[in-house]
Design a protein around this ligand. Structure first.
Ligand code: MG
Ligand code: MG
Length: 277
């Protein structure tokens, strides 16, 4: 029985999470800027690392026991937790990049998916872009649901509903879920990406969540590769992972890992993010 950190943060604590969120966003922007055929995943890692350390923050992934890199880079049938290395990216690859920064003791956590163009395989590329688009949209649907939710489980229900509404028979990973975030990158509660019977904790000001749907083009059954980290689909279907860290405060919600607070992503849902007062 240890000390249980409160699920709900003070306005000052939420404000302290703005900068690590923006640093995390900048690290992912740096990766986005250089990703191309011929680039190695280790080079993506270096680009993210330069931004995070350059802004006086530290990679919170490096504080995860046994992990030495700044990002996770998951390519094609890899969905999450891929380790950067000598792998050279190729046209048509679908690449999910997950990164996080800790700044002055507070954490950000965010992920994006990028499909590398391949003019010789338009069908493969468009199928992968659709997977990424549906996954990203489900993330925004989950964030939008948080704005009016009474309990955390409404987020996962909205994510699943959004994916089902795409008409695609995609799988949603079950074993890996979102989480609370704050002093630690991973805090309570779990944030499921699908409907669950329990309604979860109350949504009220002070809640900070990392919402992160992990979606695959085929079966959601995965395995961990021999490197003990990389999560890949058993059927070899491609995966996509999108994530944002989001704060609930007195005035509404604010997406900490989006420079615009989530305004663009939330607009289709009629939700206007509000700066933390
Ligand atoms: Mg993450
Ligand atoms: Mg996370």
């Amino acid at each position: 029985m240890g000390f249980r950190r409160s699920l709900y943060k003070t306005p000052a604590q939420l404000r302290a999470m703005v900068e690590p969120g923006l640093i995390t966003a900048a690290a992912l922007d740096a990766v986005r800027a250089i990703i191309a055929p011929g680039v190695t995943t280790l080079e993506l890692d270096a680009a993210a690392s330069a931004v995070i350390t350059g802004r006086g923050a530290i990679s919170n992934f490096q504080m995860v026991r046994g992990y030495r890199h700044t990002i996770c880079s998951s390519v094609n049938q890899q969905v999450v937790h891929g380790i950067p290395g000598e792998r050279v990216l190729e046209p048509g690859d679908i690449v999910s990049i997950d990164a996080g920064a800790e700044y002055k003791g507070w954490n950000g956590d965010s992920a994006i998916t990028i499909v590398i163009p391949d003019p010789s395989r338009p069908e493969l590329v468009s199928a992968r872009e659709e997977l990424s688009r549906v996954t990203e949209r489900s993330l925004w649907a989950g964030i939008a649901a948080l704005a009016t939710a009474s309990h955390v489980a409404e987020v996962g229900a909205a994510i699943q509903r959004s994916i089902e509404a795409s008409g695609q028979r995609y799988g949603i990973l079950r074993e890996y879920v979102g989480h609370g975030i704050g002093r630690k990158m991973h805090e309570s509660p779990s944030v499921f990406n699908y409907r669950v019977p329990e309604q979860g904790p109350e949504v009220r000001p002070g809640l900070a969540l990392a919402i992160e749907p992990m979606v695959v083009a085929g079966s959601e059954v995965t395995f961990v590769e021999d490197d003990d980290w990389t999560v890949s689909t058993v059927d070899g279907s491609a995966g996509s992972h999108w994530e944002h860290s989001v704060a609930v405060h007195d005035g509404g919600i604010w997406v900490l890992t989006a420079p615009d607070g989530g305004a663009a992503g939330l607009a289709p849902f009629g939700v206007v993010p509000q700066q933390i007062g």
